[in-house]
Design a binder for this molecule. Structure first.
Ligand SMILES: [Zn+2]
Length: 190
């Protein structure tokens, strides 16, 4: 408690210094301007990516805008798997099909695949060396419920499967300009 009080005392001391400076100059309005500048600076530092690159980002494609599509969250972790841009999703699946890299197999890492289902899917893609497995598995898992979103997948990839290579692909997609309605890639604004 005493430590906390001391910390609190630090800031007023700084402000008091400014205040005494200002009162020496007999200008009362200046400290207000100062305090409105500082939070602004902090804010722009916090979302530097979005603010600097595009002050008014186009977040939806023409089609979604005209259909008045619901805009998805700016937090991509909350997006459904099905809204990942096609090219990125394909890349993610290709990497996941390299199953030997995974510490834990995809279908046991993602919940909800019983042994029969898992065996069926495995057999289906066996002839192609497993290619196509991840696409079907992620599609099924992602459409099962809302909790099976990008954030949940990333957590499983990191913690259970230890597939940082796939996480990197997801992060690349997170930096890609996509439509916040249907998920297609958007053109650069310039
Ligand atoms: Zn769209």
């Amino acid at each position: 408690m005493i430590a906390l009080k001391n910390k609190d005392d630090d800031e007023p001391t700084y402000t008091d210094n400014i205040r005494s400076q200002k009162s020496a100059q007999k200008r009362r309005k200046k400290p207000i301007r100062l305090s409105s500048t500082n939070p602004r600076r902090l804010l722009s530092k916090r979302n530097f990516g979005e603010n600097n690159e595009s002050p008014r980002p186009v977040k939806m494609c023409g089609s979604c805008t005209s259909k008045d599509e619901t805009q998805l969250s700016s937090d991509r972790d909350k997006w459904p798997i099905g809204k990942i841009e096609n090219g990125c999703f394909h890349q993610i699946c290709s990497l996941l099909d390299l199953a030997v890299r995974s510490k834990e197999p995809l279908m046991s890492a993602l919940d909800g695949f019983d042994q029969t289902t898992a065996a069926g899917i495995k057999t289906k893609y066996e002839a192609k060396g497993g290619l196509g497995t991840a696409e079907e598995v992620l599609g099924k898992w992602g459409s099962r419920n809302q909790e099976n979103n990008v954030g949940a997948l990333k957590k499983i990839l990191k913690d259970t499967m230890q597939r940082d290579d796939v996480v990197i692909e997801i992060e690349k997609w997170e930096n890609l300009r996509v439509c916040h309605g249907c998920g297609i890639k958007l053109n650069k604004p310039h």
